[in-house]
Design a protein around this ligand. Sequence first.
Ligand code: AMP
Length: 413
Amino acid sequence: MSFKDLQLNKPILRAIAEAGYNDPTLVQEKTIPLVLNKEDVITSAQTGTGKTAAFALPILQLLFDKQEAPKKGKKIKALIVSPTRELAIQIGENFKTYSTYTNLRSTVIFGGTSIEPQKDVLKKGVDIVIATPGRLLDLHKQDVLNLDYIEILVLDEADLMLDMGFIDDVKKIERLCPNEKQTLLFSATMPYKVEQLANTILNTPKRVEVSPTSSASKHISQVLYYVPKRNKIELCLHLLRNTIRGSILIFRRTKFGVDKLEKTLLKNGYKVESIHGDKSQTDRQNALKKFKNGYVNILIATDVAARGIDINSLDAVINFDLPNVPETYVHRIGRTGRAGNTGLSYSLCSADEKAYVKTIQQLINVQIPIEENHPYPLDPKAKPIVHKSKKPKSKHKKGRKSEASKKKKKRWY
Ligand code: AMP
């Protein structure tokens, strides 16, 4: 199937061709016709499947078709609610790309940053708003944002939205929009509470299910290292020196863990950035920018901070800590091996995390291969392999040390 078969019009086809999309992904093939048909839709698909375009393209098409007042006096007709700022920004970037050749305007609003510029944009008039719940309600309360003309409401990453405690905000936002509207719900997983939410706010929805969360991509090669907790940092350094190359995303369960690992990697001369919930919005955006444009090749993140972020050409994911929710493992490793590329996933498992491996393997229905040949085995009787310490062979050698020490100074003293 081609995008043309999906009845998208020329300005949109031109923009997606320029973005390098040849054919629609499965989730796009299944979701776009339903949205164009004005159905309410529940799509369960992970990030990385092309789900943003699955709602953004038909929304642009529907709004484009019935555009009356091209410039002035624009009313918000589509609202996309996203749980995290990073995801909202990313969705906003996609809308901008896809709407290049239309005169539809979109804007992103999120908390943790000055409200005034966001008010200014809204006052000028936009067709599409992508927002995090708190700032959206704030702006509505201040009468800068009118939801009375919403025709399409999208709840993205609904499961994460509920995990983050946004249920009441989401329900409130839905009530502020007109009764007569089209509602689309996207969720990576469909736990009971998401079904419940869907039942209360969607109208006889059509369902699309693409690659359930339990199926890890075939393009990802996974490996498991059993290691004593106290040796995880050494093993991580060993892998970075000897095995893992390119752009690497390292997951840690806690913000404290992220900071601690960042400090160690900086000390060892790696170019690294980190994102977690305690960092300011500007810091998080800067970190992401540096990672995306290759200025640093290692990003350390907590699950919530990293969820939904689309990072192109990621070579490897390291699960420094194993997640206690098995679906989170699938989300994490889904950051790599995208769009036909092969990805690598390395999981470091200490004795107290063995139970997590069991539930993960049950979920993905795959036995993750175990790498026993490393210097810090969990079994104390096994003889450690001694490797000579090598300097990291980073692709980003230039200025590595001085940058690392600069950052170290800034952050830790
Ligand atoms: P998403 O699941 O929306 O986060 O999309 C994941 C990545 O796939 C993004 O980088 C998109 O730009 C890209 N993408 C989305 N649709 C297509 C397509 N039909 N062909 C190629 N890349 C796509």
